[in-house]
Design a protein around this ligand. Structure first.
Ligand code: PLP
Length: 480
């Protein structure tokens, strides 16, 4: 191609390629259209259902251009109004959170400015924001200043980073793997087993520690298991405790577990993905000992009510984390003299990533911490309120929870599990409020998880009315 042709071709291409860079007037119009959509969505949250089962229409990529209003309409119909409405106050299943608005603004700003937050040299400001969020978390959980941390996509990846650090510190590889033992509770989240498989530890021995009547790990049993295994020539190395179990809202006795783990020189990982931020509330005492963990998982997209996609991990032993995550490459050499620990990329498997620090930092700077704490305290009281109401209706309740998750069942005279399952189905068909179920002590139970920041007393009243309505249908045999 001669240079005249080349210039002509470039001019031609730029007509189409420029379409990606939207001019200001159109940007303003688009922002208004999106703002309109978002406001209608938020205004409707109290009146639309918590759960809507619907066949999904055509979302395949079309080879023709569509306008923002058309796309917003499609999104509303097929995404925002289907399945579990996770932004709604009426999401009381799994572990909700909600997604505060200021975090969405932060995401928008992060996406437009698009800083490369993983490497200090590339964006010292963005990397510093990520690091300051980690520093704040260290102070919340009384972790020492020289511990390290990373913001991840969620609890699962945080746990993966923590288990990898434990693996590397204890050099669990090759022929040592099948002799190595991990201790956990039946109530531990399945992301732990998943992480072990992913990091090549599928063949370690997993021992389940017995639990007390409130689903807490029994320290005496943990100690007994470890001593027996050591005597038998096995290699205990990792104990997982949970600060807020997903199914039962239980906090394991962290101090007593830490005593045992220290005595035997093992690694203690605490999973606070759901419960961690309740350390900021009147329940603080239940978290005593969390600062003794070697690593900790926490999920701002649960207990800080941020939109899905931000978890965090703290680890005391920086070298254990660097072992697998720090690696240099020639094309990274310009940034490489910078302080190792200032670059988030050295502490997690991710290199190029979403600048997720901003969606934690901005809401905390804007609101301050108080409203977050009030929300958490409110959830603790709402679960008590809910349990009282259900007890009045004749339901059986699981043990008093440490936090804001609880379970219940109705004492039907026959076919207990089958009929509680029917009740769950009725509740899902009704959908005004979303609850989920579980199996606890081999029994089918219905769970309530109160954590969405928008959930209020009115929501719980609605949930109780719905449960009572659905119970009536099951008792009268009128199930749909
Ligand atoms: C939700 C949860 C996880 C998993 O976290 P994700 O953010 O969903 O990956 C791990 N542990 C506990 C206790 C949880 O509640």
């Amino acid at each position: 191609m001669n240079s005249q042709k080349l210039i002509e071709k470039l001019e031609q291409l730029s007509i189409s390629s420029n379409e990606l860079d939207i001019p200001e007037l159109q940007r303003v119009e688009m922002l208004n259209q999106v703002a309109g959509f978002v406001n209608t969505f938020i205004n409707g949250l109290n009146t639309i259902k918590g759960f809507n089962e619907k066949e999904i229409g055509n979302l395949a990529l079309q080879n023709n251009k569509q306008s923002i209003p058309e796309l917003l309409n499609l999104y509303r119909r097929e995404v925002a109004e289907t399945g579990i409405n996770a932004a709604s106050p009426k999401h009381l299943g799994y572990i909700p959170g909600g997604g505060v608005f200021t975090a969405a603004l932060a995401d928008f700003i992060a996406a437009v400015t698009n800083p490369f937050a993983s490497v200090y040299y590339a964006s010292p400001g963005a990397a510093t924001i990520e690091n300051e969020v980690v520093n704040w978390l260290k102070s919340v959980f009384s972790f020492p200043e020289n511990s390290v941390g990373a913001l991840s996509s969620g609890g699962s990846i945080s746990t993966l980073i923590a288990c990898t650090a434990a693996r590397d510190k204890y050099k669990i590889k090759n022929e040592i793997i099948p002799k190595s033992v991990v201790y956990l509770s039946e109530q531990a989240h399945h992301s732990v087993q998943k992480a072990l498989r992913i990091i090549g530890l599928e063949d370690v021995i997993i021992k389940y520690v017995s639990l007390d009547n409130s689903h807490r790990i029994r320290p005496d049993n943990l100690n007994e298991l470890i001593e027996k295994d050591q005597a038998a020539g096995l290699n205990p190395f990792l104990v997982i405790a949970t600060a807020g179990t997903t199914d039962t809202g239980t906090i394991d006795p962290l101090n007593e577990i830490a005593d045992i783990v220290e005595q035997h020189k093992l690694w203690l990982h605490v999973d606070g993905a759901y419960g961690g931020f309740f350390i900021l509330t009147s329940k603080r005492n239940l978290f005593n000992g969390i600062e003794r963990a070697d690593s900790l998982t926490i999920d701002p997209h649960k207990g800080l009510f941020l939109p899905y996609g931000v978890g965090a991990v703290l680890v005391k032993d920086a070298n254990a984390v660097l072992h697998s995550n720090y690696y240099t490459a020639n094309y990274m050499q310009d940034g490489y003299s910078e302080e190792l620990l200032n670059s988030p990329a050295n502490l997690s498997p991710e290199l190029t990533k979403h600048f997720r620090g901003l969606r934690v930092w901005l809401p905390l700077q804007f609101h301050g911490i108080e409203p977050f704490i009030s929300c958490l305290e409110e959830k603790l009281l709402l679960v008590i309120y809910f349990r009282n109401k259900l007890s009045e209706l004749g339901f059986c309740l699981g043990p008093e929870p440490d936090l804001s998750v609880s379970y219940f069942w109705y004492p039907f005279e026959t076919d207990l599990d089958e009929r509680n399952r029917q009740l769950m189905n009725e509740i899902h068909k009704d959908g005004s409020v979303f609850l989920s179920s579980s199996i606890i002590n081999e029994q089918f139970v219905i769970r309530i998880a109160i954590l969405a920041f928008r959930t209020k007393k009115q929501t719980i009243d609605e949930a109780v009315e719905m449960i009572s309505r659905c119970l009536k249908s099951v008792l009268q045999g009128n199930t749909k």
